[in-house]
Design a protein around this ligand. Structure first.
Ligand code: ADP
Length: 395
């Protein structure tokens, strides 16, 4: 019995030993398999991370190549991605990723837009004025991103810079308002005089002649205005092609002075041609005459009675030719200096109208000179006179 027990115990011990060995082997195998699994898992994760990083980099490159600003928010409403256009548009200095909308942009309007997105899912054409010293506008189109997992949820906002379009829109509105006003003034004066004539003034020949002369003056003004408007519109539309030829400048200036001599004599103004003989420019002769005519006519109109108007010129070191028209009149106040080339700008409205001005003369000058690749400028000292300069390409 005792031996039998020993044998059983021995067999049991041997069995346990074998089982332990087998178990250990199994465990070792399992461990190996687990390690393999873990290794392939981390390899997979590495691969996945790499693919994700590549995709992000591709997206960022794509977004950076866009002229529109792009902002991507994550599910928590924090900034996940901004492209370079958006950084420029909002002048964002540092990295705003991870910040809330308010922290990054400090614009409650944007928060409002994102709140609207929750209900509407997409918002198009949301316009917003940007804070700052200069007027800037953006239009935003936004969509909610609805993915299955949280990582794919959030919102995307695309910003278009509207500033230029708004400015053009304002300029157009202003232009239409100005033109209407300019047309209405002479028209209502003409209508007034015609009515008075019909009501009986026509029976007095002297009064009738005076009224008819006034009507003629305002009709002329309307004609000049329409001619100037057509010229401006053709110049702006690029319909007037400059026929550039070598032009001798002294005889050209003389022609303009001769044409305006009668008006100068009426005011006792002396006209002087100081353009050096032999100076030439590459220009469209007729358009150049128009530039000189407008400038000399203004110098006579707004200059001093019994004063002096000079036309001069020189060849510049840069191969360009510089011309100027100078008067010794009352000058132009400094605050108006930068605006005289704008359409319909007048320093003294009543005076310009009295002299038949359309407010477009200098604007036409600027357009013609720029179409030659030149520049216009003005220097004036109150009480001392005004000089208008312009450049042309040398011959
Ligand atoms: P306008 O038809 O009124 O003369 P312009 O465009 O030619 O229009 O000129 C714009 C304004 O600039 C004029 O109304 C006038 O107030 C001012 N201006 C132009 N030339 C002179 C000058 N030589 N001296 C003083 N003011 C001038």
């Amino acid at each position: 019995m005792g031996l039998g027990w020993d044998i059983v115990m021995g067999l049991l011990a041997a069995g346990m030993g074998v089982w332990h060995l087998v178990w250990r082997r199994r465990c070792a195998k399992l461990r190996l398999a687990l390690a393999d699994e873990r290794q392939s898992c981390s390899a997979l994760r590495l691969q996945h991370d790499q693919v994700y990083a590549d995709q992000q980099a591709q997206l960022q490159t794509l977004f950076n190549s866009m002229t529109e600003g792009v902002l991507v928010l994550d599910a928590a409403g924090r900034v996940q991605l901004v492209n370079q256009s958006l950084q420029r548009l909002f002048e964002l200095a540092g990295d705003v990723r991870g910040q809330t909308l308010l922290e990054a942009f400090r614009l409650p309007e944007l928060m409002e837009l994102v709140r609207r997105l929750e209900g509407e899912r997409t918002v198009s054409g949301f316009e917003m004025e940007m804070p700052g010293l200069t007027e800037r506008w953006v239009q935003i189109n936004a969509s909610l991103l609805v993915g299955r997992d949280a990582a794919a949820r959030g919102a995307i906002l695309v910003f278009h810079d509207l500033t230029r379009i708004k400015q053009l829109e304002n300029t157009r509105k202003e232009f239409v308002a100005n033109v209407s006003h300019e047309l209405r003034t002479p028209l209502s004066l003409i209508k007034g005089f015609v009515e008075t004539l019909l009501e009986g003034a026509k029976d007095n020949p002297e009064t009738a002649t005076r009224f008819l002369k006034t009507i003629e003056k305002h009709t002329d003004r309307l004609t000049f205005l329409i001619e100037d408007l057509l010229t401006i519109s053709r110049l702006e539309g690029g319909q007037i092609l400059m026929n550039l030829q070598p032009v001798e400048l002294r005889p050209k200036a003389q022609r303009v002075l001769d044409d305006l001599q009668a008006r100068a004599t009426e005011k006792g103004v002396r006209l002087q041609n100081e353009v050096p003989a032999g100076l030439s420019a590459r220009a469209d002769g007729d358009r150049l005459e128009q530039v000189l005519f407008n400038l000399v006519e203004n110098a006579i109109k707004y200059g001093r009675p019994q004063g002096r108007v000079q036309v001069g010129g020189e060849a510049g070191p840069d191969g360009k030719v510089r011309l100027w028209v100078r008067d010794d009149g009352p000058g132009i106040p400094a605050e108006a200096g930068t605006r005289v080339f704008e359409r319909f700008f007048r320093v003294d409205r009543a005076r310009s109208r009295d002299t038949g001005g359309t407010g477009l003369g200098l604007s036409i000058v600027k357009h013609i000179v720029q179409a030659h690749g030149g520049e216009v400028s003005m220097a004036s000292e109150e009480g001392q006179g005004t000089t208008f300069f312009f450049t042309l390409p040398g011959a």
